[in-house]
Design a protein around this ligand. Structure first.
Ligand SMILES: Nc1ncnc2c1ncn2[C@@H]1O[C@H](COP(=O)(O)OP(=O)(O)O)[C@@H](O)[C@H]1O
Ligand SMILES: [Mg+2]
Length: 320
């Protein structure tokens, strides 16, 4: 970790090209990306898709659980059986006195998702929401550690609620992915969030929708209703596989979920690789700008959704 980005360079820019390209030079590797994954609420499957993405990401990756309501992977996928040494709260404490020490701690003590290979790491989230209150002033430092971790980071930010949203993670991100289901309820919740994401410090950050499940509304209509926000893709409903990722499952259930699991991992893996490529070409073509971003959403009084055809109407940045 000694070759990692010096703190003063990390402070030199908010996010993106300048900082990350410098890191790439120092590390001799590709440009690193921080992808924040969030939802409008309603538990559409953020943690599940983040874990699937961490298992399939094309490059070395860290899944950082930044959901203030609590981390879900240790009690969920690992069913409480995985020993761990640090979580986001410990990194916050270390970062408060020494950012470089926090980076070393992260690299050495994060939980491996792939055994000794350590290409896929997990930084567990808080176990108690009261802990999130204690570290709520530390998200900027945590963001600095994550953006200079020397690998891509998928940050599970949880739901965009009223309070405790770790905005520093969102503003440090190269892309924000809003996970939702294509229903009136989710689209109604997503509207004001998309509008908020399209303003202020987040206006230049590309944001995408990731749909969980099909219908009743076609992806293109969901996108249109949400100000034309591009759709990264659709993850099919695969409850057995999702259950293994979100809640852990042993023996027969694991076996029964195998086919579904390969389908889930294949879909999420493809979407992750596409997103990674988009970010790479965005930084090459237009370093400081948000390429592929749709203009700020003009989300009005309510979602204007009408039942559409059952399938196949996806277009314009829709499901691939
Ligand atoms: N693609 C999917 N198909 C079926 N069920 C899913 C899918 N993704 C998530 N789920 C289920 O939805 C519930 C919430 O998932 P979770 O990832 O914890 O949501 P969030 O992090 O948004 O709160 C879990 O029971 C999970 O198994
Ligand atoms: Mg979650």
């Amino acid at each position: 970790m000694a070759a990692l980005l010096p703190v003063r360079l990390a402070r030199a820019g908010r996010r993106g090209a300048g900082v990350r390209r410098t890191a790439a030079v120092l590390l001799g590797g590709g440009r690193m990306a921080l992808i924040a994954v969030t939802s409008p609420g309603g538990a559409p499957g953020v943690t599940t898709v983040c874990l699937a993405a961490a298992f399939t990401w094309p490059d070395p990756v860290l899944l950082a659980e930044c959901d203030p309501s609590g981390g879900g992977v240790l009690p969920g996928y690992f069913a409480g059986q995985q020993p761990y040494r640090i979580g986001v709260a410990e990194v916050a404490m270390t970062a408060a006195r020494d950012l470089e020490a926090a980076r070393v701690q992260l690299a050495e003590e994060a939980v491996p998702l792939d055994g000794d290979a350590r290409r896929r790491l997990l930084l567990p989230g808080v176990a108690d929401p009261r802990q999130a209150l204690q570290i709520k002033g530390s998200w900027p430092q945590i963001a600095q550690v994550l953006t200079t971790a020397g690998r891509d980071v998928i940050a599970d930010v949880g739901a965009l609620g009223v309070e405790s949203v770790p905005y520093a993670i969102l503003t440090a991100a190269d892309a924000v992915v809003l996970v939702l289901r294509p229903t009136v309820r989710f689209v109604a919740m997503a509207g004001p969030r998309i509008e908020a994401l399209s303003r202020g410090a987040l206006a230049a950050t590309p944001h995408f929708l990731l749909l969980i499940g099909e219908g009743p509304y076609p992806a293109a209509e969901v996108s249109r209703t949400l100000g034309g926000t591009p759709i990264l893709g659709t993850v099919p409903m695969l409850p057995k596989a999702a259950h293994i990722l979100s809640d852990g499952a042993a023996g027969r259930t694991r076996w029964a979920g195998r086919l579904q699991m390969s389908s889930l991992l294949r879909t999420v893996g493809n979407l992750g690789a596409q997103l990674r490529e988009r970010l790479d070409s965005a930084s090459e073509e237009q370093p400081a700008a948000a390429v592929g971003v749709v203009p700020p959403a003009s989300f009005g009084a309510g979602p204007d959704l009408h039942p559409g055809p059952a399938a196949g109407a996806d277009s314009g940045g829709g499901r691939r």
